[in-house]
Design a protein around this ligand. Structure first.
Ligand code: AMP
Length: 468
C-alpha cells in the first residue's frame, strides 16, 4: 500500500490528490515520483492508463515557482506525439495544478492555428505541452524561449520516434539549458530510445513496470471472445449483430486499415447505428470533434485504427471489437485493455478467420471462447427491436476558455428560468480554448439549440451550431 501521504510533497498537493479521489499510487507513480522529487533523470516504461501523467506532473508542479516568475518563463516542457495526447496531458496538468494559483499551462500542438499560441506564449506561461513539430516551429520563429526550462518530458518517446519526430526532438533538446531534469516515458525500449537517453539524460534511473500482475489482473476482468467467420464479407453484418445484441453505450471497433474504417462506418450508419470513424487521414479538428462527441455519448460506436486511437483515454468502454486481429501482437493488449478499466467488467470480441485460430490458441485456452456468428436471417427475425442511436447530441458554442466561458455559464443558460431545460437533460460540458461542446439529450436537442441561439450566455449573444 503506497499512499500519496507517504510522499514528501506539499500539503496542498496531498489535499488535491485526496479531492481527486486518488487513494493509492499506481505502480509507476510509486516508483517514479520519489526519484523525480530528488531531481534525478528518469526513463520509465509505462502506457496510457497507468497513471504516468500524474507520475511526472506531480513532481514537476511541486517545483515550479509561480511567485518568483513575474515574467512567467517557461519552466517545464512536455512533448507528446499526438494532439490527442497533448490535450489529454494538458487537462491532467491543469487538474493537478488547480491549487497552484496563477499557474499557466499552454497546449502547443500541431494542427491548431499558430497565432493564438503565439499570443499566449507572448503573455507568458509556466508549462508548455506540445508536439515536437509545432514546438520546433515556434522555436524557429522566435516565439518560444526555452532558456529557463528546468524540466523536459518526452511522453510516449517511442511513438514520437516511430512518427518520424527524431530530428525535431533532437533540435528541441539541444535548445534546452544544460542544467535541467530530463524525463522519458515510453511503452517500449527499442535501441533508438536507449541511444536517445544516453545522449540527453544523465545517470537516468530506469523504471520498468511492464507486465506486473496488476496489468494481467486488469486484463483478466475482461471477457475475451473470438468469433470465427468464413468469409471476410460476413464481418460487417456480424459486427452489426453483435452491437444489436450487446447494445453497448460506448464501443470501439478496431480495424487495421483506414479504408476499412470508412467503409464500415458507412455500412453501420446506414443501419441506424450512431457511429463515426477515427483515422489518421482525418483533419485534426474533425478528430477532436469525434472524440468529444464520443466522450459525451453523442456517438456510441467508434471505428478506429490503432494509430488514431492510441493515447486516447476513454474510461468505461463497454465493448471492444477487433474487426481483425492487429498486425502487431502487442496491439491486441492495447486494444482490449481499453475496456474494463477501473475495476469494471469489460468485454472484447475479436473476429478471426479459421486459419487464424492457431494465432490466438493461447488466449482461447486461457480465457476466451470461440463461436460462430449466428445465421443472419435468424438473427434479423428474432432480434428484439434495437435502438443503436445516440442518447445525446452535441451542440458547439464558438467560444471557449479564452472567452472566459465556463461550464456553469452554459448550464445556467440552458436550465432554470432562462432555458427551461432540466439538469438531467444536460450531459458533459467540455470547454476548450476557443469552443465549447455541450451534450444534451437527443429529445431536447433542438430546443436546446434554439435556446442557446436566441438567449444569452454571460449577458452576451454567442454563436452556436451543430457539429460540422
Ligand atoms: P494516464 O496513464 O496518465 O493516462 O492516467 C490514466 C487515468 O488515471 C487518468 O484519468 C488519471 O486522472 C487517473 N489516475 C492517475 N493516477 C491515479 C491514481 N493514483 N489513482 C486513481 N486514478 C489515477
Amino acid at each position: 500500500m503506497t499512499t500519496f501521504e507517504t510522499l514528501s510533497v506539499s500539503p496542498l498537493m496531498k489535499a488535491l490528490v485526496r479531492e481527486l479521489g486518488y487513494e493509492k499510487m499506481t505502480p509507476i507513480q510509486a516508483e517514479s515520483i520519489p526519484v523525480l522529487l530528488e531531481g534525478r533523470d528518469l526513463i520509465g516504461q509505462s502506457k496510457t492508463g497507468s497513471g504516468k501523467t500524474a507520475a511526472f506532473t506531480i513532481p514537476i508542479l511541486e517545483r515550479i515557482h509561480i511567485e518568483q516568475s513575474a515574467t512567467r518563463d517557461i519552466q517545464a516542457l512536455i512533448l507528446c506525439p499526438t494532439r490527442e495526447l497533448c490535450s489529454q496531458v494538458t487537462r491532467e496538468v491543469r487538474k493537478l495544478g488547480r491549487k497552484k494559483i496563477g499557474l499557466q499551462v499552454l497546449e502547443v500542438a500541431g494542427g491548431m492555428p499558430v497565432f493564438p499560441q503565439k499570443k499566449a506564449l507572448e503573455s507568458g506561461v509556466h508549462v508548455v505541452v506540445g508536439t515536437p513539430g509545432r514546438v520546433l516551429d515556434h522555436l524557429q520563429r522566435g516565439t518560444l524561449n526555452l532558456s529557463s526550462v528546468k524540466f523536459i518530458v518526452l511522453d510516449e518517446a517511442d511513438r514520437m520516434l516511430d512518427m518520424g519526430f527524431e530530428d525535431d526532438m533532437k533540435t528541441v533538446m539541444n535548445a534546452l539549458p544544460e542544467q535541467r531534469q530530463t524525463i522519458f516515458f515510453s511503452a517500449t525500449f527499442p535501441p533508438n530510445i536507449i541511444k536517445l537517453s544516453s545522449k540527453f539524460q544523465k545517470n537516468a534511473v530506469m523504471v520498468k513496470i511492464a507486465q506486473t500482475p496488476e496489468d494481467q489482473a486488469s486484463l483478466s476482468t475482461i471477457s475475451q471472445k473470438f468469433i470465427v467467420v468464413k468469409e471476410e464479407e460476413q464481418k460487417p453484418e456480424a459486427v452489426f449483430q453483435l452491437l444489436a445484441n450487446e447494445s453497448p453505450d460506448s464501443a470501439i471497433v478496431f480495424c487495421n486499415f483506414k479504408t476499412t474504417t470508412f467503409e464500415l462506418t458507412e455500412l453501420l450508419a446506414a443501419e441506424g447505428v450512431s457511429v463515426a470513424c477515427l483515422n489518421g487521414d482525418m483533419e485534426q479538428r474533425q478528430r477532436d470533434l469525434v472524440m468529444a462527441r464520443f466522450r459525451n455519448q453523442s456517438i456510441r460506436v467508434l471505428i478506429a485504427t490503432d494509430v488514431a486511437a492510441r493515447g486516447i483515454d476513454i474510461a468505461g468502454l463497454d465493448l471492444v471489437i477487433n474487426f481483425e486481429l492487429p498486425k502487431m501482437r502487442e496491439n491486441y493488449t492495447h486494444r482490449v485493455g481499453r475496456t474494463g478499466r477501473a475495476g469494471k467488467d469489460g468485454k472484447a470480441v475479436s473476429f478471426i478467420r479459421e486459419n487464424e485460430k492457431s494465432k490466438v490458441a493461447g488466449l482461447i485456452a486461457q480465457s476466451g471462447a470461440v463461436s460462430h456468428p449466428p445465421i443472419a436471417e435468424y438473427v434479423k427475425k428474432t432480434l428484439p427491436r434495437y435502438d443503436l442511436g445516440s442518447k445525446m447530441e452535441t451542440i458547439v458554442i464558438l467560444e471557449g476558455r479564452k472567452n472566459k466561458m465556463r461550464p456553469g455559464d452554459v448550464l445556467g443558460a440552458l436550465t432554470g428560468e432562462a432555458g427551461g431545460l432540466k439538469g438531467k437533460d444536460i450531459g458533459k460540458i467540455e470547454v476548450h480554448d476557443f469552443h465549447t461542446f455541450v451534450a444534451v439529450s437527443r429529445d431536447v436537442a433542438k430546443v436546446a439549440l434554439r435556446c442557446l441561439q436566441s438567449g444569452r450566455i454571460k449577458g452576451r449573444r454567442v454563436r452556436v451550431e451543430w457539429p460540422k
